[in-house]
Ligand binder design. Structure first.
Ligand SMILES: C[S@@+](CC[C@H](N)C(=O)[O-])C[C@H]1O[C@@H](n2cnc3c(N)ncnc32)[C@H](O)[C@@H]1O
Length: 417
């Protein structure tokens, strides 16, 4: 078995210089995400169809997308409420598409109507069919149910007075109308999809266009400019429709019903309960030391979910890694210690016959303690390295972020010698 897996892994071009067929822009710009082709290749090589993957630092759920497209279930955890909102919205849409594509399209069509579209973006049939059973359908295939995840992530009314610092007044008034229309929906699932859309477009409708790093660093816009909300929502709806239309591995109807996303709010900087031990693969890219402020980058989205600056500061303190810690002398060793401590809890989610695959910053980027410590820690727990590869990464425009990281390392461990 290991021989076949090794041959498959060795045959992959990990830089993905030629984009894989069907690769589409994701429905959110969250930073530092997996290239979908990367999670897809790893998951196909390391899990059986019908298997389960676990991503403890799941971000917006890219590894879940790969799992659901390829006929696997997933456990996705993260500490960032925006990541979980997007992860739930996108993974539930894919799970829904597997069992009833018309229903997933219908959900987007209904959201389109809430934002004032009544054209044929979703086709006439979908446009006029109801959404009465949507919440029940989603509840049957996703954990937790839509209402429960909303209660977990939304902490109050949007912080309009804080948003005034970022969004031009007439655009903000339109955002207010849009948000009210979404929050008035009877369907918790539509409210959730609508909030995901608002989160995805918040940055493009604000007046700080330099980079998400400027928003993270609280660098407010010099001048306010009106933005076209209708165009932004239309772009998101089209992009999300294309996202759920990408090809999926066909499995039997019986298996389709069993393919489920499960989304968890977890802070791995604190000790955690023992996991379910049913994952075939732990597949993750942990936060990198001194690289990205994930919470602060989502400042605007968090305002929409009701967080004020104080509430955001308390979320920030949970984050492992993070760019703002880069000036602390021990930032990299603390990061490495936190990742190793968390791994002890995270391995309890994996079957003894399973696999662990970590994508880490390359040693050359000055973070060797992380890779070395993690290897030693997993060895100590009986997990042995059986494959290792380097890949180069491309940086998008940010504000002094990602700094020196140009290369990543893929490490694959098994508990069998
Ligand atoms: C490299 S990103 C993962 C991105 C993900 N692979 C994707 O494609 O979206 C690292 C993630 O770790 C999360 N994270 C940071 N500290 C955490 C903590 N203490 N507990 C749980 N997640 C944490 C961040 O919120 C971020 O989403």
């Amino acid at each position: 078995m290991k021989g076949v897996v090794l041959r498959t892994l060795r045959a992959i071009d990990w830089d993905f210089a030629t984009p894989r067929l069907g690769y589409l822009a994701p429905p959110h710009w969250y930073p530092g995400t997996f290239l979908p082709a990367l999670s897809e290749a790893l998951l196909e090589a390391l899990t059986p169809v019908g298997g389960t993957i676990f991503d403890p630092y799941g971000g917006i759920g890219t590894s879940g997308w790969s799992a659901l497209r390829k006929g696997r279930s997933c456990h996705i955890a993260d500490v960032n409420p925006v990541a979980l909102l997007v992860s739930y919205a996108t993974n539930s849409l894919l799970a829904l598409t597997r069992i009833d594509k018309a229903s997933a399209n219908n959900a987007l069509g209904a959201l389109g109507r809430l934002v004032g579209r009544n054209d044929d973006l979703f086709g006439e049939r979908q446009l006029f069919s109801g959404v009465a059973h949507l919440d029940d359908q989603v509840q049957a295939i996703c954990t937790p149910e839509p209402n429960a995840i909303l209660n977990l992530l939304v902490v109050g009314e949007p912080q309009w007075s804080l948003l005034e610092n970022w969004i031009e007044p007439s655009t903000l008034a339109n955002m207010n109308n849009l948000t009210q229309a979404i929050l008035a929906s009877q369907s918790a699932y539509l409210r959730l999809l609508g909030l995901c859309m608002i989160s995805a477009i918040a940055r493009s409708v604000c007046s700080q266009h330099a980079s998400w790093g400027h928003i993270a660093d609280n660098v407010r816009p010099r001048e306010m400019t009106a933005q076209n909300l209708y165009a932004a929502t239309t772009r998101w709806l089209k992009r999300t429709k294309a996202f759920i239309s990408a090809p999926m591995t066909q499995v039997s109807t019986e298996r389709d019903i069993a393919i489920k996303p499960r989304i968890y709010l977890r802070d791995w900087s604190k000790p955690a309960d023992v996991g379910p031990g049913d994952a075939d693969l732990l597949l993750t890219s942990p936060p990198y030391a001194d690289a990205i402020d994930y919470t602060l980058a989502q400042r605007l989205s968090l305002y929409f979910l009701g967080y004020d600056d104080r509430a955001i500061s308390s979320l920030v303190s949970a984050e492992i890694g993070a760019r703002r810690k880069r000036s602390k002398t021990l930032s990299r060793s603390t990061w490495s210690e936190q990742l190793c401590a968390a791994l002890k809890d995270q391995v309890t989610w994996v079957k003894p016959s399973g696999t662990i695959c970590l994508v880490l910053p390359h040693k050359d980027s000055g973070r060797s303690s992380g890779e070395d410590d993690i290897r030693t820690s997993l060895e100590g727990m009986g997990w042995h390295l059986f494959f290792e590869a380097d890949r180069s990464i491309h940086q998008s425009h940010t504000r002094h972020s990602w700094t020196s990281i140009k290369k990543e390392t893929i490490l694959v461990f098994s508990s069998r010698k």
